[in-house]
Design a protein around this ligand. Structure first.
Ligand code: SF4
Ligand code: SF4
Length: 157
């Protein structure tokens, strides 16, 4: 079964930024947290709990729906796959994301976007993040089922 990232125990987060640094390093060969697709921050004020802004693994993903170049395509289970070579930095995905977790890197000319690789979860020392199993939506089967229902209704009428 496919998995997507979830912030499951942010009450244990110590704001070490390990997840952010891992994302930047693994995905973009960078040491800058600016190049992280996960953002850990306080909920407001220094004494409040930490929260993580993460990709929700939408299924279907609005960011891929507006991507005309095919750089973003739906991933099984939710979220997207990213083809860097196909991206022409139009920024439509940035505007389409309902939770605002895509940022544009103006130097690399690509979006900083989560691909649900799970590296951040594996490197969190306090298990705040987890890759959680999700059901796969089978659109083809669903369309077939709906067409069958319509046909049966027609025949019954
Ligand atoms: S980047 Fe945003 S729109 Fe795309 S799958 Fe993640 S949460 Fe959804
Ligand atoms: S790696 Fe874990 S503890 Fe460190 S900032 Fe990220 S979520 Fe918090």
């Amino acid at each position: 079964m496919p998995k997507v990232l979830r912030a499951v125990k942010m009450d244990q987060c110590i704001a070490c930024m390990g997840c952010m640094l891992t994302c930047a390093r693994v995905r973009y060969q960078s040491f800058s947290v600016e190049r992280s697709a996960i953002r850990v921050r306080t909920a407001g004020g220094f004494q409040s709990q930490m929260i993580a802004d993460i990709c929700m693994g939408c299924d279907p993903p609005p960011c891929a729906e507006v991507c005309m170049s095919g750089a973003l395509t739906p991933r099984a289970g939710g979220g997207v796959k990213f083809n860097r070579d196909a991206c022409f930095a139009c920024e439509k995905c940035v505007a389409a994301c309902p939770v605002g977790v895509i940022t544009m890197d103006n130097e690399l000319h690509i979006p900083i976007i989560c691909v649900e690789c799970g590296s951040c979860a594996r490197h969190c020392p306090y298990e705040c993040l987890e890759m959680v199993e999700v059901e796969t939506k089978d659109y083809v089967k669903e369309e077939e089922r709906m067409a069958r229902d319509v046909e049966e209704e027609k025949n019954a009428g």
